[in-house]
Write a protein that binds this ligand. Sequence first.
Ligand code: PLP
Length: 439
Amino acid sequence: MTFPGKEAQAGVFPETAEIKNNHLFIGGCDTVELAREFGTPLYLFDEATLRHRAAEFKEEFQSRYPDTLVLYAAKAFICRALAQLMKDEGLGLDVVSGGELAIARSVNFPRDKIYFHGNNKSPAELTEALDWKIGRVVVDNFYELSLLSSLAQERGRIQDILLRLSPGIDPHTHHLTTTGVTDSKFGFLLAQADEAVAQAQASPYLNLIGLHLHLGSPIFEVEPYQQAIAIILDLAAKMKAKHGLDLKEFSPGGGYALSYTADSPAPPISHYAQAIVTALTADISNLGIDPPRLVVEPGRSMVGRSGVALYRTGATKEIPGIRKYVSLDGGMGDNIRPPLYGARYEAMAASKAGNPDMEKVTLSGRFCESGDILVKDVALPILGAGDIIAIPASGAYCIPMSSNYNAFPRPPIIMVREGRARLIRRRESYEQLMSCDLV
Ligand code: PLP
């Protein structure tokens, strides 16, 4: 990677990113050319970064704990090409809707490696999961326990399930992405676990094989994982003594951090793997539990770095002594994270990548909200209309949370690799925008 003058930013861009001929290149492709060919806004994914990350997750966990299944948490971003890539890399898939399940199905994803999550799965979605014979349903609450049991009974199926428990641990991240605390809509309370295990075991149509937790995201510390693992495994030991629970699988969820900005680097995956495996092996040996399969569910940390959003600059507005706004041709419609979570990003002038940073500007979106600001007060070269701005670390939770606000068509997505770009999702057309409308 050659990033002269921008070395600090290198870690937030895909691993193939380089500055050549004053332009930003990714996957051997000139991003300015890509913007011209496919139009902007444009999301690109670097295939090498994606594949290396998938392999890294498997290596870091399985070298420490061979019986680990790495699932990709599809909610971070899924499309058919990505589902195919995760399948090729030998990962499993965590889905949370019939739609994500349908995408998995469209590429014939190995169904035994699909885990179905969610706090309010519909009868129709659970039926789709049962009919397609997916591996596991991660049951979130009592309503779902009885619903799934009766749907499985109607089909004469026995479904393997895990119970999702809320360990009551704060992972010290944004309150909107904190899920494992007591006051959360997700999972059984610890106090409900006894009844949930008994109810699951009482159904001849459910096969309870494990326990699951997910603390939130992004989590920069490992201690919350260790505390939560101790709590849930202690509970598993009690459930073994009382109900004969055989813990075949255990999942501490996902939530690993991603480096969004140069000043907030995420710990390496090895750091999480070491902490999780150490806690798991120590706790099971203290508690006398047979080693379960470890199931991990990275989403953001799997795909975040490989994705880059490209925008074209348009209007500028200078407010003397206060701020200079440079408007881009995308914004909160394709990336809601800054207004929703106060998320921070880096930015690079891809069309002037070698130029020195000369002024601080605020990159605003094109949508009709004052809060539609992508990056505030960022140092960039002098920009004119028509420059290309690259926002790195855009691979997770941008596209899947995108909207048609202002009836703006959603952007296309390309995959780049060794100098070639492949369209994996077309830009939405006005016809598609109106395809469900009736007059
Ligand atoms: N697993 C579960 C159950 C989740 O709810 C989530 C995110 O919401 C994830 C995994 C993935 O989290 P992340 O993308 O932060 O790794």
